[in-house]
Structures are given as structure tokens and as C-alpha cells.
Design a protein around this ligand. Sequence first.
Ligand code: ADP
Length: 327
Amino acid sequence: MPDLGWTLLYVAETDATLRYALLAALAAGISCLALALALAAAQERRQRLRSERAMRLTLERRVAERTADLSAANTRLRGEITERERATAALRATQDELIHAGRLAALGQISMAINHEINQPLAALRTFLSSSSVFLERGDTATVGRNLKRMTEVTQRIGEIIRHLKVFARKTGPEHWEPVRLGVAAAAALDLLAARIRAESVQVSCAIPPDAMVRAELVRLEQVILNLMVNALDSMRNTPERRLDLTAAREEASSWQLRVADSGSGIPEEHMPHVFDPFFTTKAAGEGLGLGLSLSSLIVRDFGGSLAAGNGTHGAVFTLVLPAAEA
Ligand code: ADP
């Protein structure tokens, strides 16, 4: 205070001010640190986003490349599937043709017997006709009436044989699959061989339960059984006792088994692995093509069944297993 010539001194505590200053400095430091950290975090986030974007772009490019590869592979596969379907259809058609040709060949083989089977009733018809004209001249109308009835039966039999041959020779395919009575197929095959069985004095026994129904196709099943029976008859040509036994039994709940056994020469062990091979035959030229068993096994496999060869006590035994119709 210069007017008075005084000097006024004020003494105060500085600790509080210092603490304030320190706190302010600390707060400023923390703020700076937080700011630096925030800046660093922002920087890192930017970098992370940049690298994520780069990764996403790479991934998208790879996915696009893979997708292109996959769709190319898909197109190729679709082409291959179409090609395979075409090849399968062609194979199926060829197999159908082969099975049909085999059936016609089997018919050719038994044509002599069929010829005989038709000629016999024709001869009977001629005899009835000539005797009827004699009885007519004598005025024996009762006998003529009986003859006419017999002649009708004979013509019916001829008609049946021809109808059967027509059905047997027709082309068939999976569209004809149906529940088939094993007994009906066996009887139809026996019918085609009736003349030969009679001529060669073969004793036939057929024990097939009427409820033996299998999932098959009648004509092809008949073809298989006919092949087995023709082979059996051929093998018994030189044996004094000729027996052909057909027996059917349930194999499991879902299948039926048909055994075709003969009293012939049997199959030599060394032939056993080859009998189902196409063109394997031990028969003389013109008597066998060696296709019967291979086609039969093809047909049976197509039905979902199996065909096996073996020997019994006297001759060969063929075992045919087919899925039961209700399975
Ligand atoms: P193919 O009858 O034209 O010879 P298969 O394929 O039907 O043709 O039969 C092949 C071969 O299997 C026959 O030649 C025969 O040697 C043998 N075979 C088939 N069935 C019998 C059988 N029941 N007894 C003996 N051998 C048989």
C-alpha cells in the first residue's frame, strides 16, 4: 500500500492448490491417454474393416469361382446322367431283345414236339371226320353227334396250343409284371413239353402249392421253367429211369423257392462254375446255343430273385428263388 508505506503480506496453505494442479494434470493426462486410445482404436477398427472387406472380396471371388466350377460339374454330371440313362435304356432294350430271341430259340428247339402236339389232334380230327361220314351213311346220328362233340374238343385243344404259342412268342417287358402263380407258369411250360414228355416216357411230379404267388411276369417265368425242363429232359436222354420233379416251398416269409430236379447225368463239378456263362454248352451243334441258363438267370435277377445249380442224389437240381407276390 504505497500511500501508507505498508507492505501487506498474506500467508496461505499451498497444498490444496498443488493437489488441484496435480489432479488437473492427471485429468488432462488421462484425457490425453483416452483420446490416444480412442484414436488408436478407431485406427485399428478402420484397419480391421479394411482387411475384413478385403477378405470378404477374396471370399466372394472364391465362392464365385467355386460356384462356376460346381455348375460346370453339375452340367457335366447332368450330361453324364442323361448319357447313362440312354445307355441303360439301350441295354434294357438289348436285354429284352435277347430274352425274346432266346424264347424264340427255345420254341425252335421244341418245335418238333409242338408240331407233334398239333398234328396229333389234327389226325384225330381226320379220323373222326371220316368215321362220321360212314356213321352218317348208316344213319347212326347218335355216334355222329358224339363225334362232333369230340371234334369240337379237339379243335379247342388245337386253338389252345396256338394261343399259348402266340402268347409265349410275344414280346414282354417290365410293364407286364404282375403277381404270378408258380403253378400256372409250371403247368404252361409242361403243356409246351407234353408231347416230348410223353414220347420219352418221363415221369413228372409237380408239387406246387396253389398259394405260391411270386412277383414276376408269366411268359418270362414260363421261359425260365421251360429252359430248366428242356435241360432236364436232355440230360435224361440216356438214363433208363426218367423223373422230373418240381417242388415249391416258402423259402422265407418274403420269397418262394422252386426246385427242378431230374434223374439225369447231373452236372460235372468242372462244369458247375460255367453253366450260367453265355454260350457255355456241352450239347452237340444245333442242339444247344448255351444261352438258356444265362438268359434264365438274367430274367430271374431282373425279378429280384436268384437261380442256382447243384446236383442231387441222382441228377441235377436247379433252385429258383423269387420274391413272394405279397412281399
Ligand atoms: P444249352 O441248353 O443250350 O446247352 P444252357 O445255358 O441251358 O444251354 O445250359 C448250359 C449247359 O449246362 C448245358 O449244355 C449242360 O452242360 C448244363 N446243364 C444245364 N442243365 C443241366 C441238367 N439239368 N443236367 C445236366 N447238365 C445241365
